[in-house]
Write a protein that binds this ligand. Sequence first.
Ligand SMILES: [Zn+2]
Length: 182
Amino acid sequence: MLCWKCKESMEGLVCVSCSAIRPPPPKADYFEVFGLEKSYFLDAKAIRVAHLKLAKVLHPDRWRQSSAVERRMSKQWMALVNEGERVLNDPIARARYLATGSATVAERGVKMDSQFLETIFELQMRAMEDLDSVKAEAQSMLEACHHQLTGLFQHWEQEGGDLSEVEHTLGKIKYLNNLVNK
Ligand SMILES: [Zn+2]
């Protein structure tokens, strides 16, 4: 791309000709921004290192003496990079981001199957009498969901399996977490 300031061609986050900051992308791919492989199985340390590298270049402190435009861009960059770090570090947000391209739940929500909802309803009823056993049961269902999630991503990464079940599994995890944390 061409530098917005000096019109020379630029790569990376800072123009080598005039030291201008690259404008933050309107729709960023966090994996791309962090230079990480698009994977569910990320190493926490790799995320931290990538975040530090980005912050070193993009942090507003570094652009304090620059024009208002560049100061604003650096702030937008840091907001993006910090949100990226949050999403990549959180297994649930990361899974949703990989499966749907967004880290937040769609407005319409996720349609859960009625059988699952019935099970949850029964557990909620039973929880009023025997919370401990319900919690234990929900915990083991939760573990199964996490196991399923891992399987879906393994399959996706190794054989290009599809991720359409991910959101549904994340929905189950949310219900079960509520029970476990009762
Ligand atoms: Zn330039």
